[in-house]
Design a protein around this ligand. Structure first.
Ligand SMILES: NC(=O)c1ccc[n+]([C@@H]2O[C@H](COP(=O)([O-])OP(=O)(O)OC[C@H]3O[C@@H](n4cnc5c(N)ncnc54)[C@H](OP(=O)(O)O)[C@@H]3O)[C@@H](O)[C@H]2O)c1
Length: 325
């Protein structure tokens, strides 16, 4: 597994980042087995993954605590840990205590990147949050600052108050809202991009069909891409993935992750997995190459689909918002 740097800063990132949301016993995903989750993290590490993503919001600290247990014996200087500040903690008085609490849960003295999970939904001025994050950086409790789920305008505003090295948007073959001038800006300015949900929460593994239904308790039951007709359009992209998977003797998930790894401007995808078997499968997205022709074929099918998508509020909320000019 190759390693790269998080753009302008010295934080090392493995070619695949392991996401641990599903391991947090979070209500969005339902119950997860702790021992199996720890085994999955260990499997990833043994396969060369040295970067792990978590957040306080994943099960109110449960994912952070679980990751803390799993990384306890790993040499600190060899691993990179991302966590995230939740919305309720964005005011001046709460940022530093929230970070310190996450560090306690993780069993760490410092975090490699601390992301603002979402823009404030209660009018907290972004300058206030950013100034506190810069203080955390000065105190060496965090090595770099990232923002997640910020639109371009929100990113530019946040950048006025401190150094942002990395963004964490949703981005995959079936969700490409940052494409265009925004993506070009990040590339030009060496802002790292670590996209989440690269398998579109399982769609791109090819295991679903148009009859698939999720229980009401599963967050995917209301997520935009799982609603018709968008689901049907996404499944057409999966058809191409399946053809390429057969050609390369890979799985659709491996091809979907590979496409992201080969996309210029993407630093490393954050891939989730429910257990060690899924994680082991996903690691096989490294060590081989999609030909330029096949990459382009997939890219074209992806664009044809994503350009039909309305302006959803986000990946988890199918509310359609007016397009801002
Ligand atoms: N910043 C943010 O707001 C944000 C938001 C979302 C995620 N994230 C981060 O990004 C990570 C990844 O995103 P994600 O977990 O939402 O989505 P993902 O990586 O697109 O999909 C993960 C899910 O797909 C299924 N899956 C994965 N590999 C599979 C395989 N080989 N075979 C069959 N099924 C497989 C599993 O769900 P089932 O087994 O249940 O089908 C798994 O939980 C998260 O863990 C988190 O760290 C960040």
């Amino acid at each position: 597994m190759n390693k790269t740097k998080l753009a302008k800063c010295d934080v090392a990132v493995s070619e695949i980042v392991l996401g641990t949301w599903v391991m947090g016993d979070d209500e969005y995903w339902g119950h997860s087995d702790e021992l199996e989750s720890i085994k999955a993290i260990q499997t990833a590490y043994e396969g060369g993954v040295t970067t792990f993503d978590t957040a306080f919001a994943y099960g109110n600290g449960k994912s952070e605590k679980l990751l803390g247990k799993a990384i306890k014996k790993m040499p600190r200087e060899q691993i990179t840990v991302f966590s995230k500040l939740w919305r309720k903690d964005m005011t001046r008085d709460r940022v530093i205590p929230a970070c310190e609490k996450s560090l306690r849960f993780l069993g760490l003295d410092y975090m490699d990147t601390y992301f603002i999970h979402y823009p404030s939904d209660s009018g907290v001025p972004i300058g206030e949050t950013m100034e506190e994050l810069m203080r955390l950086k000065e105190e060496k409790k965090i090595r770099s600052i990232g923002v997640s789920n910020f639109n371009f305008v929100q990113f530019k505003e946040a950048q006025k108050y401190g150094d942002i090295d990395v963004i964490q948007p949703c981005y995959s073959l079936v969700w490409r809202f940052i494409d265009g001038p925004e993506f070009k800006y990040y590339k030009r300015n060496n802002i790292a991009i670590v996209p989440y949900s690269p398998l579109a929460q399982g769609i791109l593994t090819g295991k679903y069909n148009d009859k698939t239904k999720f229980s009401k308790e599963d967050g995917r039951s209301v997520a935009p891409l799982f609603q018709h007709p968008y689901f049907d359009g996404a499944l057409k992209v999966v058809d191409i993935l399946k053809q390429l998977a057969e050609k390369y003797k890979k799985t659709p998930a491996q091809v979907a992750i590979r496409w992201l790894i080969q996309t210029t401007g993407i630093t490393a995808p954050i891939v989730g997995g429910r257990g060690s078997k899924q994680v082991a499968e996903n690691l096989k997205a490294v060590g081989w190459v999609l030909s330029e022709k096949d990459y382009d074929r997939l890219d074209k099918a992806s664009r044809e689909f994503t350009e039909t998508l309305p302006n959803f509020r986000n990946f988890f909320d199918a509310t359609i918002l007016p397009v801002q000019k």
